[in-house]
Design a protein around this ligand. Structure first.
Ligand SMILES: N[C@@H](CCC(=O)N[C@@H](CS)C(=O)NCC(=O)O)C(=O)O
Length: 198
């Protein structure tokens, strides 16, 4: 497999999964010019990271699609519930919610000039991020999906690391704080995060 990555970017979740499952993968870091090139646009229409190229050469773009593809390797269901498990629908819903609601809000916070007046866009984006945090806080169990960590918690952790006001966001949200800390404490996660600064 080959992963097109950027340090500190949405490729983190694929790196964590591969670390957890012991999957071999070439990680490459395309520069800006290559990300704009027709060759890269052919596998990632907006030139975005991450892109995973599977062992049979199939490119997969969008982090949500990549997570689902990589879960095919999680045959003992350590990273997510099995498809026939009672909480699989809950897992899929929350993973999708993070990918389609929280991730875009974080992007609007970081690239506000793409969307309009910088201060207005950032204020609205942070409010939307915190609304999602409140939805998570209101869940009944310790993690997003029941009492056990799943890759949905890892995905949430990745997004939390991009929150420029993280201390403030975690304050008064003990469940979110605990998810953040429990994911961060895993050696596989620490290893992946350490190489983001290379
Ligand atoms: N919906 C996409 C978002 C990917 C995305 O925006 N990636 C960022 C890095 S975190 C990127 O490539 N940014 C470069 C740009 O937008 O020009 C996904 O989940 O994969």
């Amino acid at each position: 497999m080959k992963l097109y990555a950027m340090h500190g970017a949405g490729s983190i979740i694929a790196e964590i999964m591969m670390e957890d499952m012991g999957l071999g993968c070439d990680i490459v870091y395309p520069d800006d010019a290559y990300r704009q090139s027709p060759a890269f646009r052919a596998i990632s229409p907006y030139g975005r990271i991450p892109v995973l190229v599977t062992d049979n050469g199939t490119p997969v773009f969008e982090s949500l699609a990549i997570v689902l593809m990589l879960l095919e390797h999680d045959t003992d269901h350590r990273l997510a519930p099995a498809r026939d498990a009672a909480d699989y629908a809950h897992f899929l819903s929350w993973l999708s919610y993070l990918a389609t609601t929280l991730y875009p809000a974080v992007l609007r916070f970081h690239y506000p000039d793409r969307y309009g007046d910088v201060d207005t866009v950032r204020t609205a984006a942070l409010a939307e991020m915190r609304l999602v945090y409140d939805h998570i806080e209101a869940l009944p169990d310790d993690f997003l999906v029941g009492a056990k960590m799943t890759v949905a918690d890892d995905y949430l952790y990745m997004l939390l690391t991009w929150d420029e006001h993280l201390a403030e966001s975690l304050s008064g949200r003990p469940k979110l704080q605990a998810i953040h800390d429990n994911v961060a404490a895993r050696p596989s996660v620490a290893k992946v995060m350490a190489r983001q600064d290379d």
